[in-house]
Design a protein around this ligand. Sequence first.
Ligand code: MIC
Ligand code: SF4
Length: 657
Amino acid sequence: MNIVEKIISSHLLEGELAAGSQIAIRIDQTLLQDALGTMACLQFEAMKMERVRTELSILYVDHNTLQTGFENADDHLFLRTFCRKYGLRYSRPGNGICHQVHLERFGVPGKTLLGSDSHTPTSGGLGMLAIGAGGLDVAVAMGTAAYHLTMPSVVRVELKGKLRGSCAAKDIILKLLGVLSVKGGVGKVMEYAGEGLDDLSVYERATIANMGAELGATSSVFPSDAQTKRFLEAQGRGESFAELHADADATYERTITIDLDELEPLVAAPHSPDNVVPVSALRSVKVDQVCIGSCTNSSYSDMMRVASVLKGRTVPADVSLVISPGSKQVLNLLAKNGALSDMISAGARILESACGPCIGMGQSPASGAVSLRTFNRNFEKRSGTADARVYLCSPETAVASALLGQISPLESVGETPRVPMPERFLVDDNLIELPPEHSAKSSMKGSAEGSPEGSMEGLEVIRGKNIKPFPMFDAMAESISGVVLIKTGDNVTTDHIMPGGADVLPFRSNIPHLAKYCLIRCDPDFPKNAEKYGGGFIMGGANYGQGSSREHAALAPVWMGVRAVIAKSFSRIHKANLINSGIIPLEFADPADYDRVEKLDELAFANIRSALLQVKTVDGYDRTKGFAFLLKCDISERERGILVAGGMVRYVQSGKF
Ligand code: MIC
Ligand code: SF4
């Protein structure tokens, strides 16, 4: 068996290990972050779940840390009191970015993790099967310790040779993105193997696993080996180590080989992570801003390499360099060993350990500026500046470019060796609050302490003004009709559908407010049209809904009366979010029909409810143009039940999972 099959078979609750079949697996750990967590917590309550039933469930406050009004602080209080009542750990603002902290403090080889953030697979860097999902799926997993998914196929990525010179782990995943594109991983788990792994630390592996999300992959997994053991021991968690390798006769859908000896430093140019070009081709591009951090590249090793390059130098006045270390642990180590002082002296602007500029929470670049970032997404407008040009690269390329004022490889500022991991990290979990029953009986050392039991009655969840109730939607009607409210091209991201940023993110439990921003990045008239026509349909191209796991990209449309999204194809998480929200995901049986149907055409789907329950195809009719067309609805039996019930909350309320 390969590693993925080993982990799935030891967690299998339903189904078989055949790629494409429907399975349910046991979930050991769940992760929520604040931006999606508020809604997930409201859904958990709406589904009348009583307690978390996993080995470990945790909520991190890392996205909404900018407090320009009462909203985010209200959310923090709600989340903290929710965690106390229902049995979750609570990672306070200041403790760091969810994926970085989870890797450091909770990831366990061979275990399963479901997180309400698309970069949850970061913990695959230490041999976990870590999957990103919508908040509703995570809420259900918190209450039942189960998750339903399609058994992915497994692609083996063989790393040959050794990372050299200016190259970094980021260049490995950028290389893969260049080869496979942002659609290339849909329905797959990337499993890494080969001699190149021997020299890759858990942090470097985590950078690669993190950006598997940009491939659209369900997850990315590394073996658990000597590097993993060293990392866990340095974190004071040696007892969590378990060796995990693929069997010699393991089979894969295919193998992709990357020769590390041949690799060169790479950059993803605007506006997509798969728009990959060599640094050498971009050397004349002047940079205005450089941002180092995010859940992809904010580890201790990343920061130390950056600090060692900055030491004794000054960033030129026409470049703004901002650095956000990924966790309290990392920031504290930099403070203790003097590296932070090297950064500050060079002119770097130090931000708190949080998502920050990656999600448009501050540091928006100047108009038309070039911003070079070590992040994982460079979708248009995500930085908060509509005409900024955002490039993605490694910390090595970022720091050299900051010093030289133009895109440059590390070698242009001299020889700088990779920084070894410390023997022992600074371990102190004082910013992780335990639910009351744990604080009484546990020491926080291990990560699997058994399900919390006992009633927490009397503990009050505090709901400030910013916390709005979860909106309920109707069950599916027998027949539906309406107009095509928008027609988009390929690869529309959830950032297009439901933008992030400082002005929108604080309202993540306020769907009516969020609806005003829905799809305006594609068509400013979308909210107006949805209101005018009383809802209708969204028409998308290929890979519709790629990117973030935010289910608000489904909840806002359903609130606006959208009953179906018709696309050439969907991203995995967004498709699940549509179903969980009661929106029908339909695909053109003949992609040529995409060209025939136009914006504002009136479409009718007679007896769609019955059709969905019996067959996998749906008949559509374009009343404006007078032609019939066929659509596919490729979903599982369970998903059909969820859809016709009017979404997951109603489905669970009716006694099903
Ligand atoms: C992102 O990187 O887009 C986010 C913000 O972390 C999202 C989650 C969200 O929308 O809250 C993600 O990646 O899933
Ligand atoms: Fe946060 Fe950015 Fe990572 Fe999303 S991608 S979790 S916004 S750091």
